[in-house]
Design a binder for this molecule. Structure first.
Ligand code: ZN
Length: 461
């Protein structure tokens, strides 16, 4: 008897899945150690198939036709640069023109009879939410990618793990949950954020059940350390944490809790892209599932090897909502392909100097004050102290970087001009620079007062 639909457990060929995208621990004995030739051969063959599938999506068909790109003609990875890149603004326009899902989806809800699917949303705080469909296949591959990352970070089968990401319409908590449960055999405590389960209760559960990890932001982990001390606990001795993954504040987390804290990179639309290895020389990209390019933030054009720019992602596995040259507008640099101390040839993204809390969106480009500071200090004449302010002027967001110089005041204007030029070259947008005398920034940075210097102030509201 035909029931007329396909259940999730029947929708994925398990053997084919693990052969194409090995889960941990097998992954670290196989694809993690692929030679450059194998990595790129796999990428090219997957890319060709994926482009043909993505061409059936109206969003891509339309844009590729306009750009004169023929998916059937692609015969090298280099030619991927001819595919037009897009940003979140193009996605927003697609939703406005074809509500409610946009025309960038690979499936629609009626397809769930054949392709069981889930939907997650992002961007609800800054306008229309952006829905993304994930088929059962997409969920499984995404969970494997995440499981690889969590395994690299030290999480093991049988561990009790607290998932303190928000269980909401957003993908994050679910992505972690599925990886932990379906591919790592961890026992998940679904606490969600501090609003759902208080910080005191999260810590109590961590102690009672010997949790090996809490998955959340670096800032919340550090907040938990404060709460633990207030409750009379020693963060280092009274817990059983082994791994506390975090994009930021790794050193602080490690010294506070005595647990390893390696970095991760990914996003809502394509899920986990890269993970840091113990060599700590950048984040290895899961190249059997992704091709990452660094592009000009505004034009999407690929930048020369080693340059700093926006991360442009092409994933090679999704059927629910393909992402081909998605300019994420996160800034980083790709390191040259070479063998890492961990044995992997997988390309690495430079660790971020900043992201998240401090990120400022300047004319569509995501910019981190830390990255601005780094570029400014490399200019001759700049000292070692800096501070960034975001302000609202003439109905536009503006960034101003203040840089200290030891040189004579008569040189300040020229140094500021050189800094502005360097910033424009790096980020593609204008950022104002002002040069000041040593000591002038102390009140802002909290020099001699705060344990950690403040580098950024948002004065836009
Ligand atoms: Zn490595």
């Amino acid at each position: 008897m035909s029931i007329g639909f396909r259940r999730p457990l029947e929708a994925v060929d398990l053997a084919g899945l693990v052969a194409a995208f090995p889960p941990p621990p097998e992954y670290f004995e196989s694809a993690w150690l692929d030679t450059p030739e194998t990595i790129e051969r796999k990428q090219l063959s997957r890319l060709k198939d994926h482009l043909l599938a993505a061409e059936r999506v109206p969003f891509f068909r339309r844009r590729w036709k306009e750009a004169g790109f023929d998916a059937r003609a692609l015969c090298s990875l280099e030619e991927l640069r001819h595919v037009p890149a897009y940003t979140v603004d193009d996605i927003r326009r697609s939703i406005e023109a074809s509500p409610p899902w946009g025309d960038y989806q690979g499936v629609v809800p009626e397809d769930a009879r054949r392709e069981p699917m889930r939907i997650y949303m992002s961007g609800g705080t800054t306008g229309t939410a952006r829905p993304i469909f994930f088929t059962q296949w997409d969920r499984e591959v995404g969970a494997i990618l995440m499981a690889r990352g969590l395994y690299m970070l030290g999480i093991r089968p049988g561990d009790v793990v607290i998932n303190a990401w928000a269980y909401s319409t957003h993908n994050a908590a679910h992505m972690y949950d599925e990886a932990l449960y379906r591919w790592l055999n961890c026992v998940v405590l679904t606490t969600s954020t501090g609003n759902v389960t208080s910080s005191e209760r999260q810590l109590e559960l961590a102690m009672q059940y010997g949790a090996k990890s809490i998955l959340t932001t670096g800032d919340y982990i550090m907040h938990l350390a404060d709460v633990a001390r207030k409750l009379g606990h020693d963060p280092k001795k009274d817990f059983s944490f082994r791994a506390l993954p975090s994009l930021f504040r790794s050193e602080e987390i490690e010294s506070t809790f005595g647990a390893e804290a390696l970095g991760f990179y990914g996003n809502h639309e394509v899920q986990k892209i890269a993970v840091e290895c113990p060599a700590r020389k950048g984040l290895h990209i899961f190249e059997d599932a992704f091709i990452v390019q660094i592009v000009d933030p505004e034009t999407g054009a690929e930048l020369p090897e080693g340059e700093f720019g926006a991360i442009c992602v092409t994933e090679l596995y999704k059927s629910g909502g393909p992402q081909i040259r998605y300019n994420v507008l996160d800034l980083s640099r790709l390191l040259p392909r070479e063998r890492c101390a961990c044995g992997s040839w997988l390309r690495r993204l430079e660790p971020f100097s900043g992201r998240g809390d401090n990120m400022v969106k300047l004319r569509g480009v995501n910019i981190w004050p830390e990255a601005v500071g780094e570029v400014a200090l490399a200019v001759p004449g700049a000292g070692t102290d800096w501070f960034v302010k975001a302000v609202r002027e003439n109905n536009r967001d503006e960034l101003i970087v203040y840089v200290v110089s030891e040189r004579d005041r008569s040189a300040f204007v020229a140094i500021a001009a050189a800094i502005e030029k360097a910033l424009k070259e790096k980020f593609g947008v204008r950022i104002r620079a002002e040069v000041v005398a040593p000591g002038a920034l102390d009140a802002w940075t909290g020099f001699n007062q705060a344990a950690k210097l403040r580098r950024f102030l948002d004065e836009r509201n």
